[in-house]
Design a protein around this ligand. Structure first.
Ligand code: SIN
Ligand code: FE2
Length: 195
């Protein structure tokens, strides 16, 4: 798909290990949340965020907000290396102001959706995969045929330009395909321009 960019193995094993450690240390101050849809259905992933804004879903709807929904505290800062990676790979002039963390354990998956809660729908979304391989699905915004792409640990991809509003999701995660994430599973980071 035009505008879907994939950098397989962009992060080395040592970069992946130190990034997971940095993110999990930050999560000590912004614990994982089991979100629910506005209709009250629980997500199978756990989520939290880093940076000035974080994405939240609850009975009040989908939105970005400046504080963690349970602690009420600001989200932990965005690691500098994530801002650098965004600038290098996307070339976007403004830095990301939100990094959503999705933790997939066991049968967790994510249904097809569009990312459209951001204030700037022209700015890319940059996704970093860590841990177990995801069976990722992507298709046109308008609907129609989707394709399956495997995202392994260290892979980075972006939704840009004509693919910015692509429908995408995670069909499943291949348990045990990586031992990177303590306790197992997959950690996905998505960098966005939310404001
Ligand atoms: C997302 O769409 O927010 C996450 C996608 C992924 O986990 O790869
Ligand atoms: Fe998404």
């Amino acid at each position: 798909m035009i505008g879907f960019k994939l950098w397989p193995g962009r992060l080395s094993t040592s970069e992946q290990t130190s990034l997971v450690a940095e993110v999990l240390a930050a999560v000590e101050h912004a614990p994982w949340v089991q979100p629910v849809t506005p209709g009250g259905k629980p997500f199978s992933v756990q989520q939290t965020s880093l940076g000035p804004l974080g994405w939240v879903s609850d009975r009040g709807g989908y939105r970005y907000q400046a504080t963690h929904p349970e602690t009420g505290r600001p989200w932990p800062p965005m690691p500098a290396r994530l801002i650098d990676l965004w600038t290098e790979l996307t070339g976007w002039a403004q830095p990301p102001d939100a990094c959503l963390l999705n933790l997939y354990r066991g049968p967790a998956k994510m249904g097809l959706h569009q990312d459209r809660d951001e204030g700037d729908l022209d700015a890319p979304v940059l996704s970093i995969s860590l841990g177990d391989t995801a069976v990722f699905r992507i298709g046109p915004a308008e609907g129609g045929r989707t394709t399956s792409v495997r995202l392994a640990s260290g892979d980075v991809c972006a939704l840009t330009g004509p693919t910015r509003l692509a429908r995408h999701g995670v069909d499943r995660v291949l348990a045990g395909s990586s031992s990177l994430v303590p306790g197992g599973g997959r950690l996905n980071l998505t960098l966005r321009r939310a404001a």
